[in-house]
Design a binder for this molecule. Structure first.
Ligand SMILES: C[S@@+](CC[C@H](N)C(=O)[O-])C[C@H]1O[C@@H](n2cnc3c(N)ncnc32)[C@H](O)[C@@H]1O
Length: 246
């Protein structure tokens, strides 16, 4: 298959993921999926039946964006996957689809895996902690059942594991795609679940945000997008970032 866009690190294919993904026959480290939630009247917003099973042929680890309604409605489609956790992306503003509900300012990203958890790459990203709370090197003592005092030396390096609620500005007003995910929410998901230099697959690539985030995180990526106008937007975005300005 000929990619719509390709550079040394990422490739983007135009087509229906239900045809393109099997044809590519990829063995990737991670799928990052932002599927159609099937909650709007947008032409592309239709759930492609069976896509999670196809994704399971490409990787044993997957982040999937969605809403609670979507995950409940489509739960049978995730039968090949085990759920490890969910995180909340809190936006600075949200979509006001219904005036009779709370203003929706978040999306959910769920992490799924197959096989043994120990075989799945997972490395919790860390951020600098609150410096005012830092007390230097902390020692956390454990109370061993043996009664022996064997303190577990815990060195506080000033970093903390990222929280499961992440506040990241949405792309509102500067997006290439109506549901574009910002790099700030994608980067920690990718670094958590894909080893450095590993391969990420995004079967619903939209504006190419996952490919962009993967490349910036030192990972390789393959994307698939059914709508040519988004392929074009993604290709422009990705090629702009590799222009040789020397
Ligand atoms: C929620 S959007 C993804 C947005 C993307 N994460 C971004 O940040 O720009 C879902 C995308 O999936 C595409 N799509 C829908 N059905 C598809 C299919 N069967 N195969 C491939 N792409 C599909 C739509 O055209 C749409 O661009």
């Amino acid at each position: 298959m000929t990619p719509y866009y390709e550079d040394e690190t990422v490739a983007l294919y135009h087509g229906d993921m239900r045809e393109v993904l099997p044809a590519l026959n990829l063995q990737a480290d991670l799928v990052v999926a932002d599927p159609p939630y099937a909650e709007t009247s947008l032409a592309w917003d239709r759930w492609p039946d069976g896509w999670p099973a196809l994704a399971a042929t490409a990787a044993s680890s997957m982040w999937c964006f969605g809403s609670m309604r979507m995950f409940l409605q489509q739960r049978d489609d995730f039968a090949d996957w085990k759920l490890s956790q969910d995180i909340i992306w809190e936006k600075h503003n949200g979509s006001g689809f219904a005036a009779d509900r709370f203003k929706r300012v978040h999306e959910i990203a769920t992490h799924w895996y197959r096989g043994d958890w120990r075989d799945v790459h997972h490395e919790a990203p860390r951020e600098r902690g609150n410096p005012t709370k830092r007390t230097g090197v902390a020692v956390r003592a454990t109370t061993p059942h043996t009664g022996k005092i064997a303190p577990n030396q815990y060195v506080d390096d000033g970093t903390r594991i990222l929280r499961s609620v992440q506040r990241v500005r949405s792309m509102h007003g500067r997006s290439l795609h109506p549901t574009e995910k910002p790099l700030g929410i994608l980067a920690p998901l990718i670094t958590y679940a894909c080893p450095p230099d590993g391969l990420v697959v995004d079967p619903f690539a939209g504006s190419g945000s996952t490919l962009d985030a993967a490349r910036q995180s030192g990972r390789r990526a393959v994307g698939i997008e059914a709508d040519e106008k988004y392929c074009e937007a993604a290709a422009r975005r990705l090629s702009a970032l590799v222009l040789d300005i020397a």
